[in-house]
Design a protein. Sequence first.
Length: 434
Amino acid sequence: MATNNLNDDESSKKIGTRVFKKSSPNGKITTYLGKRDYIDYNSDIEPIDGVVLIDPDYVKERKVFAHVLAAFRYGREDLDVLGLTFRKDLFIAQQQIYPQLEQPKHLTHLQQRLLKKLGPNAYPFYFQLPKNAPASVTLQPAPGDTGKPCGVDYELKTYCAEDMEEKPHKRNSVRLAIRKLTYAPPSRAPQPAIEAHKEFMMSPAPLHLECTLDKELYYHGESINVNVQATNNSNKTVKKIRITVIQTAEIMLYSTTQYKCEVAELESTDGFPINASSTMSKVYTLTPLLDNNKDKRGLALDGKLKHEDTNLASSTIVTDQSQKENLGIIVQYKVKVKLVVSMGGDLSVELPFTLTHPKPAPMIEKAVIAAPVAQQAPNDQTVPIDLNLIEFDTNSISNGTSNNKVAGNIDDDLIFEEFARIRLKGHEPDDTDV
């Protein structure tokens, strides 16, 4: 009986499509987005698509615009003086939403459902990021630092103005922080391996070191296995081994600057010393995690925003070397293995690798790609605007399926959630606070 009751409860609930909304301070403009993280699959990038609900009595003869900006901030906002800003714009796109200059050429499936739900005063917008658009990267500030952190960030802004060049007022504009993240590249690189040797004066033969990683591509949170083989044919003694995972953040600004941070380290004397004419073979395991590096200034993160945890920045995939300056920050990782030799003369090698997010299953990936325009049934009627749309339970009980029919199919419920609400809830790792 208990099992049957549990199944009945699960069947009575339907997991809906979560839609995030944010309104202007005066409540006259509301922006709806299906996600806050937009993924670069290396072959294509998810479009930034959404809907803006306006109050025509307030807008009157004015216009409503949408604006997407990717900027690299390399100084604190409170240091901006004399009209100079410590910011470099990397990508900018604008479009007029209302009144519409032309009918949209295509609508994503989510836009179709939102337009049907919100009524005639809702208007769609659509931005396609270029292939060389930079990824969201934030340089971790030092404890006690205030203000917006340095790094590459994206902002979507919708506002009401007389023309596109007019400076928007806060009261009638909506600003949303979004992120562009990168998933694993489609092709895998060969397994990293390296050999090196060091000769010493008065030694009959060199000290030889051979290292390999178990693979080239790792996902965030995965452990890295380092296979080390050392052969000491010299007359020196190897005292210990030190292995570190190093993150390099190359700042592509007016002059190239690098931040180097050790995100994982291991020092061992197990099996040491390695005396002359001796060998050592062992596998060491390290796991680079942000939890162990939250006090390191300049560490590159995946678009960290306030009130939210994130992870180490993913490796930057550079497809065109001539466009490196447009990427803002280039992040790379390597494992450094160092044999500490008595009386000096240490031997070290480096093995680069890729750290990134796993690519989702095909079913999930298909859901985020824009769907073709669906035709509404002839007897479909426009749903009046519902001002009380927000439900914060992601397992909200369905109120019926009569309004969810699109092209003859029954869709799950639209569940609206305020952007500002995210910081008050136990949020998921990919949540972006705005």
